[in-house]
Write a protein that binds this ligand. Structure first.
Ligand code: HEC
Length: 164
């Protein structure tokens, strides 16, 4: 009688744990679609130096050279984009600078969560102003945004770039 009683207890226990397994299985089955919908895993590859020399530096040079006034003995020469294509091209450069801000904050590129983020945001904000100026075809707007952009480079290099 006693043996039968214990067998009963054991079979009840097995039955309950069986139900627990079924519930756990159903739960993980329900979670499965969420896993496939997870964001694409991004793997940063380039170093900060490569991003600077490959994207940020060349783009900034284009910006700084895009609008200028040169005074010579032959007169004043105003340089600025003129055609719609030239303005669009400068806007594309601004877009590259905006996106490079995202790259600077990806993975372990962000050295800290303080000034690194702040200086990157300064660069992004200046680049957004620049993009707007190209859409408004405003040489003055480009000059103003360019000045802010230049400050953001200097601010970050002052703190984080080895050797100035
Ligand atoms: C958030 C910080 C940050 C911002 C903003 C930033 N830089 Fe840099 N930059 C760095 C760091 C850090 C290095 C040094 C990388 C290294 O040597 O490993 C660097 C290096 C460079 C280099 C390479 C210099 C060399 O030959 O070693 C160039 C060119 C450069 N930056 C241009 C710019 C320009 C132009 C801007 C502004 C439009 C800018 N950077 C904005 C952090 C920044």
């Amino acid at each position: 009688m006693r043996i039968i009683h214990w067998l009963f207890v054991v079979s009840v226990a097995l039955f309950i744990s069986g139900i627990a397994f079924v519930i756990a299985g159903a739960r993980s089955a329900r979670q499965a679609p969420a896993v496939t919908a997870a964001p694409i895993e991004l793997t940063p590859v380039a170093s900060v130096k490569q991003i600077m020399k490959g994207i940020v530096g060349p783009a900034a040079t284009v910006v700084f050279d895009s609008v200028s006034t040169t005074v010579t003995k032959n007169g004043t020469e105003e340089k600025a984009p003129h055609t719609a294509e030239e303005w669009e091209a400068l806007g594309d450069t601004a877009a590259a600078l905006i996106e490079s801000g995202n790259l600077l904050l990806m993975g372990n590129r962000a050295v800290d969560k303080g000034d690194w983020v702040k200086f990157t945001q300064e660069q992004t904000e200046a680049s957004k102003k620049l993009l707007k100026a190209t859409q408004e075809k405003s040489p003055n707007g480009v000059l103003e945004a360019g000045e802010k952009l230049n400050e953001s480079c200097d601010n970050c290099h002052g703190k984080y770039k080895r050797g100035g």
